[in-house]
Design a binder for this molecule. Structure first.
Ligand code: ADP
Length: 570
């Protein structure tokens, strides 16, 4: 199944160059998927786990802190309520109406217990009948105030912060007392709310942490760092804060991400709120997140780089091996073609040689007979005819000889050879023709050619074929350029270029085929195929480049030493 999938993925559109592009893209996509998927999954899971772990580590303590602070406040208020209750039971109505007594009580209250501002006695009709404190409130009627009504209903009362008659933020602690004769009176003390702020600052919160009290209707009972002063409306969303004691993440009115912890009072209508900006609370999380992002992005870049690099190396190798395979296949086909044609040629040549020998013998005899007959009036004409037969037989012989040479396994003699010297020898063979046709030979022969070993005679034959072809392609006054040089210090290249007629594009693929010739009866079409066969045996190569009308260039490559196996297999 997997193989099928990969086959479809990799070998879609296998035709042409597109194949490599598709292959490259598919390898990249698959490798990216295989490597990235586990990495991304791991990062996502880790970040979720770590975040929730960290959340618990931060939010839970914040909530615990809110609860603890609330308890301190409750203790503070509870103590003050207990003292007022104690006074109301210790003193009777009459004692408390005495100005002297009530002043004494306030003095001892202030001495023993901080926060008290004043104390007063209110009768059943809500009238303040006895008072000790800095304000002149005596005679004021409180019957319309919530504090009076609530105390009458519940027996005791702790108010929210309010301004009251004195126009200064304070809270009221009031306790109702019932006399034996059925009368009720209320002992009422006020507490300075500045003391609340002092209490909060004494809790030791960090600088960015805002802790404050709000009433259930959202009025600030103490100053807040970010959300206003006492008695202003708190701009935070109250629904969640007031619903129950909890801790959660949210966004404030200034669009800051915050963590809120709240704890509701049981003895008063207050909620203690602690607000911490997430940038502070989750500082370590953000640092870790940045680190994780850097590590993730770096590994991502490394993975992508490695995949791209590996893929291009892989594709390059596949491409080279494909090309190599194609070349080997073409060469093999060519070699097979050569060998079968060779065998056929050898048979034909052999069969033709015998009748040729007979024709040659009979034609020679005929010539001799004609020559020595005295009374034959057409003697001269017949002698010419027999000579023509003998010449044609000679040409046929040469062809059959070459054919046999082409097919025969010619013994190779490997010895040190000097390419430059061979070139000079071959040029000597064709010197006459060159001089006669005024062909310019330009030699660019390297003096520092590496010593190589090969078959002197056969290399001579190759260069003879190539130079004969070049000269045949040239007009008079044409030019042949011969260059020798080392290649990578392990082989030699010989370039033979001419500025002759060149090779038409449509036949360039066939010029190494046996019997392919454009020279009609002047050529046999064996020169290049024989050269090709020799070079193959000697471990060399031949290539051609030509621009029709501008000339042709043949490059012969010869190794330092032929491979023994290739020489043996021919
Ligand atoms: P032949 O020379 O007997 O024709 P070859 O095998 O040597 O056989 O050459 C095959 C053919 O290749 C030639 O007939 C010619 O068309 C072409 N050819 C070879 N060398 C050259 C060259 N230098 N310039 C132009 N054509 C060439």
């Amino acid at each position: 199944m997997f193989k099928k999938i990969t086959d479809t993925l990799f070998f879609l559109n296998t035709e042409g160059q597109d194949h490599y592009r598709v292959l490259r893209r598919n390898i990249i996509v698959i490798m990216l998927l295989i490597t990235m998927l586990p990495l991304v999954t791991m990062v996502v899971i880790n970040s979720f786990q770590y975040r929730s772990h960290l959340r618990n580590q931060i939010i839970e303590p914040l909530y615990a802190m809110a609860d603890k602070t609330k308890h301190s406040f409750e203790l503070f208020l509870d103590q003050r309520l207990a003292i007022i209750r104690f006074i109301s039971t210790t003193y009777n109505f009459k004692d408390l109406t005495s100005e002297q007594n009530i002043k004494k009580i306030l003095i001892s209250l202030k001495k023993e217990c901080c926060g008290f501002v004043d104390i007063g006695l209110i009768n059943g009709q809500g009238e303040l009948i006895s008072y000790a404190g800095p304000y002149s409130l005596l005679g004021k009627n409180y019957s319309e105030q919530i504090s009076f009504q609530e105390t009458q209903i519940k027996g005791q009362y702790i108010s929210n912060v309010f301004l009251g008659f004195r126009k200064y933020p304070h809270i009221v602690i009031a306790v109702q007392h019932l006399t034996e004769d059925g009368q009720t009176w209320i002992l009422r003390a006020t507490i300075d709310t500045d003391f609340f702020n002092t209490l909060i600052s004494s809790m030791g919160f960090s600088r960015q942490t805002d802790a404050f009290l709000i009433s259930k209707d959202g009025t600030l009972q103490t100053n807040s760092l970010y959300y206003g002063k006492t008695l202003e409306k708190c701009p935070l969303e109250l629904a969640k804060i007031t619903s129950r004691s909890n801790a959660f993440e949210g966004i404030d009115n200034k669009n800051r991400k915050i963590i809120i912890a709240s704890s509701t009072f049981s003895i008063a209508d207050y909620i203690l709120v602690i607000v911490q900006p997430q940038s502070v609370a989750l500082k370590s999380w953000y640092a870790l997140k940045t680190e994780m992002a850097i590590i993730f992005l770096t590994s991502l870049a490394l993975i992508v780089f490695a995949i791209l690099k590996m893929t291009s190396v892989l594709i390059k190798r596949i491409k080279t091996s494909d090309e190599h395979r194609e070349n080997v296949l073409t060469e093999l086909q060519h070699a097979q073609k050569l060998s079968s044609i060779g065998r056929l040629a050898a048979g034909v040549a052999h069969e033709i040689n015998n009748p040729l020998a007979i024709i040659n013998e009979k034609a020679g005899l005929m010539g001799d007979l004609i020559e020595f007959s005295k009374d034959f009036d057409k003697k001269a004409k017949f002698i010419n005819l027999t000579n023509a037969i003998l010449n044609s037989i000679d040409r046929c012989r040469k062809i059959t000889h070459r054919l046999l040479g082409f097919s025969k396994r010619i013994d190779v003699k490997i010895e040190p050879i000097h390419i430059n010297q061979i070139i000079h020898e071959v040029l000597d063979f064709i010197e006459k023709d060159i001089l006669y046709r005024k062909i310019d030979i330009k030699l660019i022969l390297s003096d520092s050619l590496i010593p190589i070993e090969s078959d002197h005679g056969q290399i001579q034959q190759i260069f003879l074929n190539l130079l004969t072809n070049a000269s045949a392609a040239l007009e008079d006054f044409g030019q042949i350029e011969i260059e020798t040089k080392n290649i990578n210090n392990d082989s030699i290249s010989v370039r033979i270029s001419d500025n002759g007629c060149g090779i038409p594009e449509d036949i360039i693929e066939n010029i190494f085929d046996p019997f392919f010739s454009t020279k009609k009866e002047k050529g046999t079409g064996l020169g290049l195929s024989i050269s090709y066969g020799i070079l193959k045996k000697l471990g060399g190569k031949i290539s051609v480049d030509s621009k029709p009308g501008k000339g042709a260039t043949f490059i012969v490559m010869l190794p330092q030493k032929p491979d023994e196996l290739e020489v043996l297999n021919g």
